[in-house]
Design a protein around this ligand. Structure first.
Ligand code: GAR
Length: 208
């Protein structure tokens, strides 16, 4: 059984999708053993508690630098014995200490079709605002491995939805979450935990 540690910063609807999938038996070889929040107010911590999952808090402001924060995160992930780390709406910057300590073991969910609408400043509702501003007709979500490059690691799964004429950022965010994010993330976790991911030429694929 692989130990999954989920990193969160906010509401935690993606964490909820993972907890529900685990409860349904949809992540047969994985167990969410710990949730680490970047702020003590994150509602995601309540969701973890309701499911009997251990919660921890690591606040950036308690550390002098990103390097010190990242070191503390590596220590915490090692203490938890993480086999898989999932960034589920985790919005605090971590440096390469974390990716080096857990190579090909960290997944992130991004609310757009990478390589569009990603990188620095593209997070949460801002992504959907930028999508609407641009006039593209399709958007979606991406699950990718985390590398040193922001939103630049190997893509594992993507799903698209239409952008509709009357969309607001909030309406579009809801569609992307419901139809893409909450489906892709549990699937990615299940595939990882069942050793279904293969690497070829630096790219990640799922082999059923
Ligand atoms: C999600 O839409 C996630 O894709 C996004 O933050 C939201 C968190 O919601 N992540 C990013 O923008 C990362 N660049 P949640 O706390 O309800 O899961």
């Amino acid at each position: 059984m692989k130990r999954i540690v989920v990193l969160v910063s906010g509401g935690g609807t993606n964490l909820q999708a993972l907890l529900d999938a685990e409860a349904r038996g949809d992540i047969p070889n994985g167990k969410i053993t710990c949730v680490i929040a970047s702020n003590p107010e994150a509602y995601a911590l309540e969701r973890a508690k309701k499911h009997g999952v251990k919660g921890r808090v690591l606040c950036k402001k308690d550390f002098a630098s990103t390097a010190e924060y990242s070191k503390a995160m590596v220590d915490a992930l090692r203490e938890e014995g993480a086999d898989l780390v999932i960034l589920a709406g985790f919005l605090t910057i971590l440096d390469e200490q974390v990716t080096r300590a857990f190579p090909q073991k960290i997944l992130n969910i991004h609310p757009a079709l990478i390589p569009s609408f990603c990188g620095k400043g593209f997070y949460g509702l801002h992504v959907h605002e930028a999508v609407l501003e641009s006039g593209v007709k399709v958007t979606g979500a991406t699950v990718h491995f985390v590398s040193e490059v922001c939103d630049g690691g190997a893509i594992l799964l993507q799903k698209a939805v239409p952008v509709l004429p009357d969309d607001t950022p909030e309406i579009l965010q809801k569609r992307v979450m419901e139809e893409c994010e909450w489906k892709l993330l549990p699937k990615a976790a299940a595939c990882f935990c069942s050793d279904k991911i293969v690497w070829r030429d630096g790219k990640a694929f799922i082999e059923e």
